[in-house]
Ligand binder design. Structure first.
Ligand code: ATR
Length: 289
């Protein structure tokens, strides 16, 4: 990589940030596509009122935003994309003349992963395990893709209720009244109350993340018999305990690696107005594996 006086600077802000794979992905794309850009990690302090205008003044062309700033950063932007506004979280900022504009490419990334895996949410019954930021994005994606029902299962049911309220309101606005009516919450310890079958389940908690590979948020065998497809947003380890349970019960399981790659690719495409070729995406996937 050659850096000169015209090299465009991009980066990621968060805290902590040392485990991020984003610099490797973005710099790989720039090199593969011959684009004069560099992507660096910025460990931010909590003073976003100084951090965001500071990076803007320095002309940083685009930023990814990660934990814990995905929501707090929104008040320092010139505007946000409709879906990011509804989710209440942004992970991608694009430099514009008026300031940074915010997007949520986590949701775009997951949508692209599902398309590639041939997993359609249309008319499907979706279960979401967890009620944090990732779960919220998946809930909106499910509505966007025309799911028939949505059940949000969380240890703290109150947080699931918050997502239910916002997704139901969105579904009503979009004329999806049946989904609004069929959005429910369930406390994790009441999982045996879940009827039905053939669910598409998204594992959106951080339980099972390396090095706690052997853990899973839900160990109830009867539950996994109702799962047709299990998507774990975790990608380290590559096969989580949740995925093993799904596969052992005869379902299809995928991890969150492609979601990670595609959220980066989508950000790259928003910033540079290009289409990243599939061959470059495959190279990145091979490297990260
Ligand atoms: P993210 O933004 O990545 O979604 P988060 O907002 O910290 O992360 O959310 C983590 C999710 O994992 C929450 O749903 C959390 O449950 P609570 O809302 O009850 O805290 C869930 N979670 C974390 N540790 C858990 C555990 N040991 N058992 C069950 N759920 C857990």
């Amino acid at each position: 990589m050659k850096i000169n006086g015209q090299t465009a600077v991009y980066g990621i802000i968060g805290n902590p940030i040392r485990h991020t794979s984003s610099p490797a992905i973005h710099n790989h794309i720039s090199e593969a596509m011959g684009i004069d850009a560099v992507y660096v990690p910025f460990v931010a302090n909590d003073d976003l009122a100084a951090v965001i205008p500071g990076l803007y003044s320095l002309g940083v062309r685009g930023l990814n935003v990660t934990v814990p700033y995905k929501s707090d950063v929104m008040e320092y932007l010139a505007g946000v994309d409709e879906m990011a506004g509804r989710i209440g979280a942004v992970n991608t900022l694009k430099y514009t003349e008026k300031g940074y504009y915010g997007y949520n490419t986590d949701i775009l990334g997951l949508g692209r992963e599902l398309d590639e895996e041939g997993i359609s949410l249309k008319e499907r019954d979706v279960v979401i395990l967890g009620a944090g930021g990732a779960a919220r994005a998946v809930a909106f994606l499910s509505a966007l893709k025309g799911a028939a029902s949505l059940t949000i299962v969380n240890r703290t049911e109150e947080k699931a209720l918050g997502i239910k309220k916002d997704v139901s309101a969105y579904a009503d606005i979009k004329g999806m009244h049946s989904l609004a009516e069929n959005t429910r919450t369930l406390s994790l310890d009441m999982i045996e109350d879940l009827g039905g079958k053939d669910y598409i389940v998204f594992q959106c908690t951080n339980v099972g993340l390396s090095p706690r590979d052997d853990e899973c948020v839900l160990n109830d065998e009867a539950f996994y018999k109702k799962v047709a497809v299990g998507v774990d947003l975790i990608y380290k380890p590559a096969v989580t305990r949740f995925m093993k349970y799904v596969e052992d019960a005869g379902g299809k399981a995928v991890n969150g690696l492609k979601m990670l790659i595609y959220q980066a690719v989508s950000a790259y495409e928003i910033w540079n107005d290009v289409r990243v070729p599939e061959s470059v995406v495959s190279d990145i996937e091979r490297e990260l594996k």
